[in-house]
Design a protein around this ligand. Structure first.
Ligand SMILES: *[C@@H]1O[C@H](CO)[C@@H](O)[C@H](O)[C@H]1NC(C)=O
Ligand SMILES: [Cu+2]
Length: 323
């Protein structure tokens, strides 16, 4: 059956109506960690701890071995790792992932604010002493002992139920951290953020931000390996609660790049559907680039959305801003 011109006009009008209805008038404010009040920080930390406790009847348990909501998120990242890194939708997928995490903190764990970010360029030269590692008002300090178990701060007693290895379903372990201040001081700096912001199109911007063109760790790898321990486990790096502040900061940098030229950049997307630096064996045949119709999903956490739904922080499924 063919659509008549009349029905196309109708669909266009209906689309406009839906867009207006869903207008984002009261965006969630996402703040830098140190600009949050003591109450906001405590509220966030306790919501993360709430997600880590077994929520009876709430965990979607679609990942074998997951017994907490926090495990669910580790499991979904683990299941999709091979398809969501070194691809065009690397940034959009992680934007969607943080959207779900923020939503869960708010709807299931009583959090009232936005997902915070960590602007580590403020710690340049002084990475180890960042207030983010404060045992009382932050995420706790470096790991200790042979396993590098985090032994101070609000997550010191955590047991993680999903192992870093992909072949095992359940293996209890601690949250581990092995701070490498040299990596932080070298890579998590304004110089590399400015390099990302200087790019003229999505492809070059995204390659710089994921670390392909900065000649080393770059900001993405720099964040993971400066924290070290669990944060450096490729499949399960979100065992580290700071993962979400690191990736939200990368999301902020992408959004800052978009906002510098919104009409040209907000919906600019490219790079391949299959990984350029592949985890997949055998290496997949080269496929086309991601477009606005390309779909991503969060497994058992949330259904499919298109790139079009996720690119703009103030339309589609999103309604948040960086302050
Ligand atoms: C795919 O994306 C890359 C990176 O942005 C770009 O250089 C290339 O032209 C794109 N290919 C097509 C066919 O659009
Ligand atoms: Cu990831």
């Amino acid at each position: 059956m063919q659509l008549s011109w009349l029905s196309l006009v109708y669909l266009a009008l209906a689309g406009t109506a839906v867009a207006q209805q869903a207008q984002c008038t009261n965006p969630i404010q996402r703040k830098e960690w140190r600009s949050m009040s003591s109450n906001e920080k405590a509220n966030y930390i306790s919501a993360v701890n709430c997600m880590h406790k077994t929520l009876k009847g709430k965990t979607t348990a679609q990942v074998p071995g997951a017994i907490s909501r926090f495990d669910d998120f580790i499991g979904v990242h683990k299941q999709q790792t091979a398809n969501i890194h070194f691809v065009g939708h690397f940034l959009p997928w992680h934007r969607y992932f943080m959207w779900a995490y923020e939503k869960t903190l708010r709807e299931e764990c009583g959090y009232t604010g936005g997902q915070p970010y960590w602007d580590y360029t403020l710690d340049a030269g002084n990475f180890r002493n960042s207030p983010i590692f404060d045992p009382n008002t932050g995420f706790g300090g470096d790991g200790a002992g042979a396993q590098g178990c985090v032994s101070t701060g609000p997550f010191k007693d955590w047991t993680i139920h999903l192992p870093a290895q992909t072949s095992i379903n359940r293996q209890d372990r601690c949250l581990s951290r092995r701070i490498d201040a040299n990596i932080g001081n070298q890579w998590l700096t304004k110089r590399y953020e400015d390099d990302v912001l200087s790019k003229g199109d999505y492809g070059w911007m995204a390659l710089a931000l994921e670390g392909d063109t900065q000649g080393g760790y770059g900001i993405h790898g720099g964040g993971h390996f400066a924290i070290g321990g669990s944060a450096g486990d490729v499949y399960t790096s979100n065992t580290e609660p700071l993962f979400y502040l690191h990736h939200t900061n990368m999301d902020r940098i992408w959004n800052k790049w978009q906002n510098a030229n919104p009409s040209k950049r907000t919906f600019d997307i490219s790079l391949t559907m299959f990984p350029r630096n592949t985890f997949l064996q055998p290496k997949p045949a080269p496929a086309g680039n991601v477009t606005l119709d390309f779909e991503i999903n969060l497994g058992g956490l949330a259904g499919s959305v298109t790139m079009r739904d996720i690119m703009d922080t103030k339309s589609g499924i999103n309604c948040y801003e960086y302050v």
